[in-house]
Design a protein around this ligand. Structure first.
Ligand code: FAD
Length: 154
């Protein structure tokens, strides 16, 4: 996907939620979520990244404010997760995930260094992290995703 330039109305919303998909079905379901997201997000100029780790989803959605909020409201109704908590939401100076209308990554043992920087390796609890810390996590994951597509789910 080509880079989408940020409009003045660019917003970013970051939330976390608990996965409510059985482990055996998770790769399949995430593949399906990414496929649907790519189609829908492209249409409304939303970019972002979805991280899956230790029973949590962490997702950044960025794009025009109205599109971000209507997408998030739709996501909230999805039974594949629960206990969603917004970690940050508001205007953004530019897109951090402009190359992806959505991709997903499951963190692996090889990603421990990233979690270490957040002191989150022992107990990953994104709901207690600040929006800024979670954005750092997601941009670090974006860096890995850009360098290797290994471990990517979509
Ligand atoms: P379809 O994909 O055709 O789905 C129709 C309906 O069936 C929807 O209500 C959908 O929620 C439901 N559905 C589909 N598959 C399942 C399933 N396996 N189990 C239960 N219900 C199901 N959507 C986006 O557009 N952009 C995103 O960035 C995005 N991120 C997501 C992140 C997470 C963590 C989750 C759980 C979902 C995300 N989704 C995202 C999916 C979103 O929740 C909706 O399912 C989707 O947007 C609906 O797209 P659609 O109207 O094209 O319907």
């Amino acid at each position: 996907m080509s880079q989408i330039s940020g409009a003045r109305t660019l917003h970013r919303l970051i939330y976390t939620s608990r996965v409510s998909i059985p482990e055996a079905a998770i790769d399949h379901e995430i593949g399906s979520i990414v496929q649907t997201s790519r189609r829908n997000n492209r249409d409304v100029a939303i970019t972002g990244l979805l991280l899956v780790h230790e029973g949590y989803f962490v997702q950044a959605l960025e794009g025009p404010a109205e599109a971000v909020m209507s997408t998030y409201r739709r996501i909230l109704d999805d039974p594949r997760h629960e206990k969603s908590k917004v970690l940050s939401a508001g205007p953004a100076a530019g897109r951090e995930f402009g190359d992806w209308n959505m991709c997903a990554r499951r963190m692996t043992a090889g990603d421990d260094a990233i979690l270490d920087t957040l002191r989150a390796r022992d107990r990953f609890a994104p709901e207690s992290l600040s929006g800024a810390a979670v954005l750092r996590l997601l941009t670090a994951v974006r860096g890995i995703q850009a360098r290797t597509r290994l471990g990517a789910l979509g």
